[in-house]
Design a protein around this ligand. Structure first.
Ligand code: SAH
Length: 362
């Protein structure tokens, strides 16, 4: 028996033909009633996956220090927009705000804007952060609400949740990879018979490829970072984006499903698993530079957190709570070791060109 969302997707395909992977992904994650993020709290032990802010408060604290330093280097404006798209449980923002208290006036100056589609997660965010927060459905709405104030935008694992298009090379032509129905009526990948106009976005050096090669493009991510960069270049501020992905663009299929901490088939049980794709940091950086922002990195999460002093912070926490020292050391390793999150996760900074390079990127 197909689940309710699969039934709907099959009906859409029967009516309109196969749909782009990006549309399928958007439905699975964001469908009003059945979307993965719309109904549940997917994070943490019993959930489907765990993110850096949920591993340890140290992650958000380091980023809070980065925000505070950036605010100071901007000349400590009396008001700035602090924007977080995809805030999950609100843990990162709560830990950041705690650390930002090191600089008097910084928290008071922050006007907090969250970009979140999920009603379930909005209510968890309200619990974590209280009422002094404004929610928006899109990045554009949040930037509009900033009303020309400088903005600091921080996102962890946001871009990987935005829909990705896949192009597949067929006989020297790039065609959109679609989700259709096979002979048995089950969801299956098929290639569009026509070449895709998105192929112009593939870097020159990667246009020639073997049959079956895949190239991924996330226009939603490019549009979102371009909007942030445009705002920062015009009104001041900076952005910090942490996600798993690659620094060099390349061919490959990274569209994946994770359910209960295990990889799953992305076409099985739509809406029941987290769907993601690796983030193309080169494309994000180029989109931001195009709109006039200066770029820091990308660097690895391990190097970034270490430069901000997470090792020192871990030592301090462990001394204050010796009974938790092993947990703290394990969390530090999980966040920074190459074999864990330290290398797969990358950090990209963008900033107003007159702001000096941000901490964590040297
Ligand atoms: N930053 C959090 C959560 C990451 S999961 C953490 O690190 O724990 C992705 C988050 O993005 C969730 O809050 C999800 O509901 C939100 N999200 C997914 N797609 C979105 C979209 N199109 N617009 C806004 N938020 C989205």
């Amino acid at each position: 028996m197909p689940n309710a969302l699969e039934g709907e997707i099959r009906r859409m395909i029967a009516a309109d033909g196969p749909m782009p992977v990006a549309r399928y992904m958007a439905l699975c994650l964001g469908h009003e009633r059945h979307g993965y993020y719309m109904t549940r709290d997917p994070f943490g032990g019993p959930g489907d996956f765990i993110t850096a802010p949920e591993i340890s408060q140290m992650f958000g604290e380091m980023i809070g220090l980065w925000v505070a330093q950036t605010w100071a280097d901007m000349g400590a404006p009396q008001a700035f927009a602090l924007i977080e798209p995809g805030p999950g449980r609100g843990t990162l923002m709560a830990d950041m705000l705690a650390a930002m208290k090191v600089l008097p006036g910084c928290v008071e100056a922050a006007r907090i804007h969250l970009v979140e589609i999920s009603p379930a997660l909005r209510s968890l965010q309200r619990k974590a952060l209280g009422e002094g927060v404004t929610w928006h459905a899109t990045m554009g709405d949040a930037l509009d609400a900033a009303q020309g104030m400088p903005a600091i935008v921080v996102a962890n694992e946001f871009f990987d949740a935005l829909p990705v298009h896949q192009l597949v090379c067929v006989a020297g032509e790039w065609r959109e990879r679609l989700v259709g129905l096979d002979d048995a009526g089950k969801l299956a990948f098929v290639a569009d018979p026509r070449p895709s106009p998105l192929a112009t976005l593939i870097p020159e050096a990667l246009r020639m490829a073997e049959d079956g090669a895949i190239f991924e493009i996330s226009p939603a991510s490019l549009a979102a970072i371009a909007e942030v960069a445009g705002h920062v270049a015009a009104h001041g501020g900076a952005g910090l984006f942490i996600d798993y992905g690659h620094v060099q663009p390349g061919h490959g299929d990274t569209f994946q499903a994770v359910r209960q901490h295990k990889y799953a088939d992305p076409l099985a049980d739509p809406g029941m698993a987290d769907l993601t794709a690796h983030v193309d940091f080169a494309a994000l950086a180029a989109a931001a530079a195009d709109r006039g922002a200066a770029i820091d990195g990308p660097t690895t999460q391990g190097r970034f957190l270490s430069q901000l002093g997470i090792g020192v912070r871990a030592g301090l926490l462990a001394r204050n709570a010796p009974q938790k020292a092993d947990d703290i050391r394990a969390a530090l390793a999980r966040l920074t070791d190459a074999g864990q999150m330290g290398e797969l996760f990358k950090v990209l900074g963008i900033r107003h060109p007159e702001l000096p390079p941000r901490p964590g990127f040297s």
